[in-house]
Each structure stands twice: as C-alpha cells, then as structure tokens.
Design a protein. Structure first.
Length: 241
C-alpha cells in the first residue's frame, strides 16, 4: 500500500506511546485523524502501554480522572497526577539503560518526558506521537477529528469525516471488520482497505521471550535507526531505509 492516486486517510483514537503497528498505520496514509472526540474507554490503550522488563511485560499508565466521568470524551480526559512523566521516565531508564541505543536517544526522550506537562491526555498523546513519528521518519499529517464538521454515528461518522478530509481511500484497523458498515463507504465512493498486522519480523529484544505487543519505544531503543526495517509500512511504500 502506498499513496497512489487520491488521498488515503485513517481515523483512530490517540494512544500513549503505541506499538509499531499504530505507526505503520500512520505511515501508510496521507492524513491521520486523531478521533478524540469519542468516549474515553477505561483499561484501554488511550492512557497506557507496555514495556519489556526482566520480570516480563509491564504497563506504563498515565493516571487520569475517571470517577463520575462515565461519558467524558478522550479530549476531555484530564491527567490526575502531574508526577507521572518523571515516574515513567525513571521506569524506562531502569529497564532500557542496557539496550543498544538507549544512550543515543536518552537526551531526546528525557526532554520529551520533561515537556509532557499538559493537563489533558489527548495533548500529551499528540506530543509523543509527533516526536516518535519524527524519530521514525514518518511525515504523515496528523489532525484532530474536531478540525472537521462531521455528522452521524459509527460508520456514518467515519464516512462523513473522510468526505470532509477529502479522502478517496480509508485505511482501517483489522478489528473494525466486525462492526463496519462497508456499504456506506461504497455508496460514498470511498475505497475501504484494512491494514494487515500479521507477519512482523522479530528484532533483537531485551528480556525474552519476544513480544510484539509493546510500545514502539522498545523497537527504537533496541534497533535505533534500523527500526523501520522491522516495520511493514516502509517496505510497502518502497522507502529505502
């Protein structure tokens, strides 16, 4: 999959330091719309992700205010403990200091965590997405769903956002097959495609056994500038790395 003719768009909720597949999705589209005017879901990927440790995988979770806020949107969700970034950076340092490229990225990542002092989860997620895209060499435009006027719910709303963004192709995660009304895209003249997350190669990773479902920071700190070689989107776009 590459840009080809037309404009390919993806529409996904923001996540905290997401896995490599999330960045492949970003890299395969012309515009990546952060769908953060949707309801915040607990125990999801919005405010947490996993790292590798000698004891196995471990969650890094940004604490957020949820009590009594059952219908709050992602972009309304506030961080409850301003000390979270310092704790996360110390945890990353403790578990990745021996990784091959930790020293190469230490200053850049430490500064990133120092700047992560916004009160809203969406803003913090966007900060990390922008910087991690820059590290990986991904130049896709990131926008907010609230940048556009959209109507309807579920698939109708996705189609409306695609129209507003001028999309000719919509690239979706594979799990959406279970609930997507594919006919609405066909009626709108928008080609619907699904990303394939299978067949990722393993890379040199600390603390075996190997796990794919961890933050992209794990890939970056273990493989450095070779990180794109272990992703699928760069080869799909015929990018030389």
């Amino acid at each position: 999959m590459g840009s080809g003719v037309g404009k390919r768009v993806a529409i996904v909720q923001s996540c905290y330091i997401p896995w490599k597949g999330y960045f492949d999705l970003i890299n395969l589209v012309d515009e990546f719309v952060l769908y953060d005017d949707r309801q915040y879901t607990r125990r999801d990927w919005r405010n947490r992700n996993r790292i590798k440790t000698p004891q196995g995988s471990q969650w890094l979770t940004i604490p957020v205010e949820v009590t009594g806020r059952y219908e709050q949107r992602i972009d309304e969700t506030r961080i409850s403990d301003p000390g979270w970034a310092d704790l996360h950076w110390k945890t990353l340092t403790h578990n990745y200091a021996s990784s091959p490229f930790f020293e190469a990225y230490r200053d850049r990542l430490e500064e990133l965590y120092r700047r992560a002092d916004a009160p809203l989860l969406s803003v913090v997620n966007r900060l990390f997405l922008d910087e991690l895209c820059a590290i990986l060499g991904i130049e896709t435009q990131l926008t907010w769903s609230t940048d556009y006027e959209a109507e309807g719910a579920k698939t109708e709303r996705l189609v409306s956002l695609c129209r507003a963004a001028g999309a000719t192709h919509y690239l979706s995660g594979p799990r959406a097959r279970d609930y997507m009304d594919e006919g609405l895209f066909e009626e709108a003249g928008i080609e619907l495609e699904y990303i394939d997350y299978s067949g990722y190669p393993e890379y040199p990773q600390l603390h075996p056994p190997f796990e794919h479902a961890v933050t992209v920071l794990d890939l970056i700190l273990n493989t450095g500038p070779d990180a794109p070689r272990y992703m699928k989107s760069f080869a799909a776009k015929n990018v030389t790395v």
